[in-house]
Design a binder for this molecule. Structure first.
Ligand SMILES: Nc1ncnc2c1ncn2[C@@H]1O[C@H](COP(=O)(O)OP(=O)(O)OP(=O)(O)O)[C@@H](O)[C@H]1O
Ligand SMILES: Nc1ncnc2c1ncn2[C@@H]1O[C@H](COP(=O)(O)OP(=O)(O)OP(=O)(O)O)[C@@H](O)[C@H]1O
Ligand SMILES: [Mg+2]
Ligand SMILES: [Mg+2]
Lengths: 162, 165, 162, 165
């Protein structure tokens, strides 16, 4: 039991370094055991240093930087111990355009082994989907669902913006 | 293994029966505020056996059932069904398609079904565990969850690794 | 002291009903005293019912609905007891396009008496601004600030999307 | 009364001196993740006398001072200055322009200035209170705060009304 945790932690910690650097385009981060001599009860902490910046408390990170760091952890757990499908509910809400692109790349790399269902408001995330579902509230306040074509939806959105 | 389809009827804002058909790639779900997108995420968590109503943004069974609206009377039952392709035998059972269902009634009663047969919650939980799907902590990453991952205590964060182990 | 609180509560509660209906395009909401007989210690609760829907626990509201409800409260407090200037940091992050429009309207209505500084990623919010500042991280990881013209920035963003 | 300008030097990521000039309408602040936008909001809260480092996403005085980067040595002092137009005498003092400044040093020392003269924190707090600006709870609505307003306990929410009263 302790063995399994220790080994999983090792592997996830290794992935985490990679995912962080990939999502941030640099920088470095680490998962740290709070009590390495007590594998039965130790907690797990995170330290993160975005590229070019100095290592500081996690609290000083920006909203988007926090999202990316959390994503790095989630993707690492999924890489080492995948579940067949994963639902992401607006995990890209805080990200700027460049970072949504990196989130998408991380998504596509895992998409061969994990089926992702992504709830999003973000165009760029939608561009990476092959299936698109629209949900809307009817006049009777009942949810309605309809299947959409990604390119048609993107076109409609572009037209609406002009 | 992959998710083939999700059917909802009476679950939260889904008073009418709806079906989502998924393929193996990335599926995006879009729509206006309050339309029901997160309710879909809740439904998946719920049908996988979630017992904490708090994590489903509710307090009790009744909150899972369509409560009515200006245009529509409330319903007496909520149901959700997950249809999974198991041809790779990710779940070590002799079915190439696995159907998991959950129904809830205003009485507070919850029923679980596996491939059409009524089973207990623990049977569903056991099957999912054997299929590596007990790791519910990161199967559904809910709205606002991504920031919470960082603000968890070190001890709470450990649980994610225990699930993965 | 109790007097001031009671009176303020009355006025804010009145505004809150209006702001909620305006931001939601209907529906109704109320501020409720948890202990009306004890004005010295009573807390304040919120009940909210979006248009067409039935009154339920606040927890069942969507992310965007929660944002709008909180905004209704903040705007009500500001209307009754304004501060000369207010800084909003990404309060529109969870809103869809239609709701960002309503947020903007609420902003413009108060903009005569309150000076708003709005940190945002959202085009539609930016459209309502008359001054625009861009902040970016330099290669030396030091923040840089530059003044922008709203229409030029919107043009550049539109061009980038094509 | 309105905010005319904000000057920052050495405050968090603002190692170089910057100045924001505001007019009476709506000002939007945009930029990529981690560029420093929320740091501007923190600076305004900080110069108004905020004492809770937690609400400034830090732990101590030092966190407010530029800590250095790959390209730049750390600084020894942080300063922020708010320049306010007081021609309508919102603040009951005989100045049509009011300047509030705060400086912090690595020693942990904090200094406050009003129209160029050194004062105590309580002088700043008093002046703001008389100008109706003690209601800091809703002067700066921080990132992620909007949802917290709803998840506050009823007793905590009361504080917003006390501030407004
Ligand atoms: N039992 C129920 N009966 C009827 N309606 C319900 C029930 N439970 C939740 N709802 C409604 O569902 C709506 C919330 O839906 P949901 O959270 O899925 O929205 P969303 O599409 O995720 O929106 P957002 O983009 O704002 O996050 C609420 O308006 C709520 O009133
Ligand atoms: N004392 C300091 N010295 C140097 N850099 C600092 C200091 N304090 C914070 N920072 C840096 O400022 C950055 C955060 O800036 P800020 O929170 O303002 O970003 P933001 O523009 O609001 O981004 P987002 O859009 O993601 O919310 C962090 O990367 C952090 O490293
Ligand atoms: Mg949602
Ligand atoms: Mg920010």
């Amino acid at each position: 039991m302790e063995e399994a945790f220790a080994e999983t932690f090792e592997q996830v910690a290794k992935e985490f370094k990679n995912y962080f650097s990939m999502l941030f385009g640099g920088g470095e981060a680490q998962l740290i055991l709070t009590d390495p001599d007590n594998m039965l009860e130790t907690g797990v902490d995170i330290v993160a240093r975005p590229p070019g910046k100095r290592l500081q408390s996690m609290a000083l990170l920006s909203g988007g930087e926090r999202s990316l760091t959390a994503q790095a952890l989630i993707f690492s757990l999924l890489r080492i111990s995948p579940t067949p499908f994963v639902i992401f509910d607006e995990v890209d809400a805080m990200l700027d355009e460049a970072n949504v692109g990196r989130f998408r790349d991380a998504l596509s790399r895992l998409a061969d082994e994990i089926q992702f269902i992504v709830i999003t408001h973000n165009r760029r995330t939608i561009e990476s989907a092959n299936t698109l579902y629209g949900v809307s509230m009817g006049d009777d306040s009942v949810s309605q669902v309809y299947s959409l074509k990604v390119d048609e939806w993107l076109e409609a959105k572009k037209a609406a913006k002009v | 293994m992959y998710l083939k389809a999700l059917e909802l009827q009476g679950y939260k804002s889904f008073a009418n029966k709806v079906e989502f058909v998924f393929d193996r790639g990335v599926t995006a779900v879009v729509g206006p505020n309050g339309s029901g997108k997160s309710n879909v995420a809740d439904a998946i968590r719920w049908v996988l056996g979630e017992q904490s109503y708090r994590s489903l943004r509710g307090k009790k069974t009744e909150d899972m059932i369509f409560s009515g609206s200006d245009g529509r009377a409330r319903l007496g039952m909520a149901s959700a069904t997950l249809i999974l392709d198991n041809s790779d035998k990710w779940m070590p059972i002799d079915f190439s398609e696995v159907t998991i269902s959950r129904r809830a009634y205003r009485s507070g009663e919850n029923e679980y079904y596996l491939n059409g047969s009524r089973v207990r919650l623990k049977d569903v939980a056991e099957l999912l565990a054997r299929g590596g799907m007990s790791r519910q902590t990161y199967t559904v990453i809910g709205q606002g969850m991504i920031d919470r991952v960082l603000s968890l205590h070190a001890a709470e964060r450990r649980l994610l690794f225990e699930e993965a182990a």
